[in-house]
Design a protein around this ligand. Structure first.
Ligand code: ATM
Length: 506
């Protein structure tokens, strides 16, 4: 969220504040805030005159670095029209003409600035406030804001140029209805009608506006050019203007810098989208190099240790083998670390509870498969960033009992596999993937001997399907297949063989 405390107040006069906000080193916006809390930001003559003189001041000091003037209201209100209390003794035609002329010329002066005029509204936008709002080139409302052309309910028409502008935005017929009926429109209805351009749901309208304007800090010329093209309501000269403005923008440095940014962004994106396939299809020793030169997958950039993963259906013995590998590594003076997924972190613990049916969803129902898949993926992020990667950076050998291939095998059974893959596409591939293969019937016997409570997936039928999926997935990811039906020692030796080669290479 843009910190509106970094607004620099330049001056204030009679309920109107002029501030400046730096969007970047070279660009800024002016912010005009109506601050008359006692009357919900209604405007009396003095406030109107202040607004007029600020508009003149901005015009005289304007440079190309100013991208916009933002008009907003303090106290969670935009502007609730003219200040009827202050104006109640001013009943003559002459006074009304003076007020109308003053506000028309103020709004015209602001609209005529080469920079964008933006209105950012929280709360009520009423009567004359709605006429101010509709005068802006771009209009942002917060979710709780609402707008009402309430003039007819006070036996008035618009007086600040609102009817014309409303008709230009909505068309004559809709404008007529809105002005006659004075309907109160929510921010969403305003958006649907085109009365506002954006509704901010998570921050106030000014923060949202400043954030939006930041987008243009590298392309101020384009913003000013586009405003100039569409400034004339009759569009009489739009083609001549385009003929003038477009070649100027084309030749400007700003355009070519934007082109450079686009190319470098595309290059980065390409790697992001293709990265998993490309990098996964590489041999392990090339993967770290590819990552190192690739800004997109930064996860594994700093990797120095080795990342070993064991996978297999439940009862394959991956946990025992992971422990044995770590023991062997430690015996041989390697700094080794054993870990597993679901991890021992907060999301990992919740995931295990969900698998056992202990973490229950709404209405006392079991969590759906999607939630489980997301829990595994969320746990993996925490596990990778906070546990695995720091160890690898310290040069340790991390042995992980289950990793993303479990998600592909288990969650891919219940859910579209492409979705599960996409959830896991950013996690780095290990240096060595060991798939401990056992017949599901043997694994089932081992599970029975273990006598532990079965989780969601420990059903023989499912394990058979998961075993098949594992075989395909592990082939795709060039795992080393280990015959898990041998004795414990034999399986360990089979796992150690590729690990030893890897250590030698490293
Ligand atoms: P362990 O049995 O390794 O503790 O793992 C718990 C379960 O989590 C295991 N279930 N069985 N049967 C496999 C399952 N699991 C997934 O379904 N997806 C995953 O991504 C991971 C890491 C584990």
């Amino acid at each position: 969220m843009e910190d509106i405390r970094s607004l620099i107040e330049l001056s204030r006069s009679r309920g109107v504040i002029l501030s400046k906000f730096d969007l970047s080193e070279n660009t800024f916006v002016y912010v005009l805030t109506i601050d008359r809390p006692q009357v919900r930001n209604a405007l009396d003559f003095e406030a109107m005159r202040s607004l007029r003189s600020y508009a003149a001041q901005i015009k005289s000091s304007l440079t190309e670095s100013c991208l916009a003037v933002v008009l907003t209201g303090a106290n969670d209100t935009f502007i609730s029209g003219g200040d009827l209390k202050a104006l109640q003794d001013q009943r003559s035609v002459t006074v009304a003409q003076e007020m109308s002329t003053l506000m028309r010329s103020t709004l015209k002066a602001l609209q005529d600035l080469p920079c964008l005029l933006v209105c950012a509204a929280d709360g009520a936008i009423v009567g004359g406030g709605a006429e101010v709002f509709i005068a802006a080139d771009y209009r942002i409302m917060s979710a709780q804001a609402h707008i009402r052309f309430a003039q007819a309910s006070l036996a008035l028409s618009t007086g600040w140029g609102g009817a014309r502008r409303l008709a230009q935005v909505l068309g004559r017929s809709k404008a007529l209805a809105l002005l006659l009926e004075g309907e109160r429109l929510s921010s969403q209805s305003s958006l649907d009608l085109g009365l506002c351009h954006q509704v901010s749901k998570s921050m106030n309208a000014l923060s949202c506006t400043l954030l939006w304007l930041k987008k243009f800090c590298y392309t101020p010329q384009a913003l000013i050019g586009i405003k100039a093209l569409l400034k004339d309501d009759s569009f009489n000269h739009i083609d001549e203007l385009e003929n003038e403005i477009f070649p100027h923008l084309w030749a400007h440095d700003e355009h070519w810098q934007a082109v450079d940014r686009l190319w470098s962004h595309r290059a980065g994106m390409k790697k992001t989208n293709k990265d998993v396939e490309e990098i996964q299809s590489m041999k392990p020793e090339f993967r770290s190099e590819a990552r190192a030169e690739d800004g997109a997958i930064s996860l594994n950039q700093a990797k120095r240790g080795l990342f070993i993963v064991l996978e297999g259906i439940d009862g394959a013995g991956t946990t025992s083998q992971a422990e044995r590998l770590v023991a062997w590594l430690e015996e041989h003076q390697y700094s080794a670390y054993m870990t597993q997924e679901p991890s021992s972190g907060v999301i990992g613990r919740l995931t295990r509870q969900a698998l056992r049916g202990e973490a229950i969803g709404h209405g006392q129902n079991l969590l759906p498969a999607e939630s489980i898949a997301l829990l595994f993926a969320a746990d993996r992020a925490d596990h990778w960033y906070n546990e695995i990667e720091p160890k690898l950076e310290r040069g340790e050998v991390v042995v992980c009992d289950r990793y993303l291939y479990s998600s592909l095998a288990y969650q891919g059974l219940e859910l579209p596999e492409s979705w599960v893959r996409s959830l896991n596409m950013l996690y780095p591939q290990p240096d060595l993937l060991l798939f401990v293969e056992v017949d599901p019937a043997i694994a089932s016997q081992r599970r029975d001997q273990r006598g532990l409570e079965a989780d969601r997936y420990e059903v023989d039928e499912l394990q058979i399907q998961i075993a098949k999926r594992y075989a395909t997935i592990c082939q795709e990811y060039e795992a080393t297949f280990i015959n898990g039906e041998q004795s414990l020692d034999e399986v360990t030796q089979a796992c150690l063989a590729p690990l030893k080669s890897l250590l030698e290479m490293a």
